[in-house]
Ligand binder design. Sequence first.
Ligand SMILES: Nc1ncnc2c1ncn2[C@@H]1O[C@H](COP(=O)(O)OP(=O)(O)OP(=O)(O)O)[C@@H](O)[C@H]1O
Length: 611
Amino acid sequence: MARNSPNNLPENKPNIRERLKALANLPAFLKEVYQTSPSLTIGNTLLRLLRSLMPVSSLYVAKLIIDEVILQVSNTPKDFHHLYLLIGAEFALAIIGDLLARGISLTDSLLGDLFANRTSVQLMKHAASLDLAQFEDATFYDKLERARQQTAGRTILLSQTLAQGQDAITMGLLLVGLIAFNPWLILLLLVAVIPSFLGELHFNAKSYSLQYGWTPQRRELDYYRFIGASDDTAKEVKLFGLSDFLIDRFQTLSIQYFKENRKLSIERASWGSLLLAIGTLGYFAAYGIIIFQTVNGAVTIGSLTFLAGSFRQLRALLEGILGRFNSISQGALYLNDLFEFYKIEPKITSPVLARPFPKEIKEGFRFENVGFKYPNSDKWANRHLNFTLKVGEKLALVGENGAGKTTLVKLLGRLYDPDEGTIYLDGFDLKEYNLSELRERIGVIFQDFQRFQFTAGDNIAVGDISRREVLPELQRAAHQSLADTVIEKLPLNYEQPLGKRFAKGVELSGGEWQKVALARAYLREADVLILDEPTAALDARAEYEVFKRFAELTKGKTAILISHRFSTVRMADRILVLDKGQVLEIGTHQELLAQNGRYAELFNLQAEGYR
Ligand SMILES: Nc1ncnc2c1ncn2[C@@H]1O[C@H](COP(=O)(O)OP(=O)(O)OP(=O)(O)O)[C@@H](O)[C@H]1O
């Protein structure tokens, strides 16, 4: 796992220009929000517009009330009619303001939830379109991780961006009143707010850079958390007594992170208090000026309350706006990660004018000098592969661990493309064919097949998800792979949840799982079947049965079989012996025995073991 030393963080301290540049993400972001739910977005905007008028209206009515009270104090006879009206208006404004605030927070949270769901779906869709190789790259995972964080975090960005607009309107209205009275107060207001804004900006940049630099470690922490407490790992963690080791690793790393974060938080709090004090000083200076002018009779007492109230609110609003600007621009920086993730393009794709996959394969596959290195690896996993796989032929791949058997199969399914040479199908480069058709027509069961925590039926249906509802098809496939006897014994049969993760789940044995996985290949009715050690976990009788059936069921079909058991391998039409990624021998069982090379040696070695 990629691991940056926390003291050696990647240089990523976004400066103010980068933060402003990141704000350019906001229109695209708001567009996505609008697309999530046009009605909620419009509703929320309207509510906010109305709410933005409230503070100034309420302050103004309060001013009128005070001036009216003072008038009535010296008035005889007294006339309360006007006063009642004003109090009624203030009351109505308070009620409407509360209702609007409720409406805003309701639409905010609904919109936020919908937006988080939509982003999750988009992330899953995009991740599914990417190459396997991209998933094996640690920096890709870091990007994915940061993008994933966007789904929840961005709902806050959403309400903040909208609140920003609302407060800007309120502020504009309050400013009009303030400017009419004394434009110099605005200057005082800026002095009161700008220092703490700049402080916040600085510390937010530092915080983002800390978070950014720690992405790999946070991923590592998540991993420890997961393997320390998960059903998948519990068995080994217990038997090997790993929990102290895992907790220790988790703690070391998390304390390191805590310390870095604490340092920053303390710095931020100290500076924040100091800068805020400057702001308070500015506020009181303005307050003093207004009081002085009232005493001198330049403004009424009602105006004093209006102006003092406006000033107090303005300061709070401005602080809010500037503070929010910080988190919005920080949020916009995170949006960079999300949009950057969306920009990652798969390299393995269908050509624009893709050749349709042949209805019936005529000749078969031909490997011509095929070589492949895994990304981030200097070693050739396959090299100089030259052989043919004829249509209808059953080819067995043998070779020691790491010889390149699984890799060869992955190349055939275009999970990777060769770095050298070409794989031809019926005379055309495999890359020319429609990719999804190619994958549809190839059925592969890998040795590390997934044990999905779904029902037994769904576990078979993943072989061809379009037939998920067609029970007879699932039953047929289960019968062919010997999974039927396993499923019949389950209390809920095809509806039985498998695995222990969810309620009512039943765990299967390794061999039973393998039979279920094998049924996926039969469900698919692919033209090319690839079984990568499909019988490793099967008992001897089941293995014999599986192969007898395999031979019958795949008559006329092209198949590749990977196995370390020579009793299985010898049933194939031809056998390809791989060594260090290269073809060492190829031929029928008899031919290879006669050759007396590696195959004969390994075959005899295993046969010897059984005598
Ligand atoms: N995802 C990967 N990234 C980098 N290297 C890999 C990856 N998968 C396999 N390799 C390397 O490629 C080589 C071939 O691996 P492959 O899985 O094809 O072997 P195999 O013949 O199927 O082995 P086994 O019999 O153990 O299943 C090995 O040296 C392995 O370390």
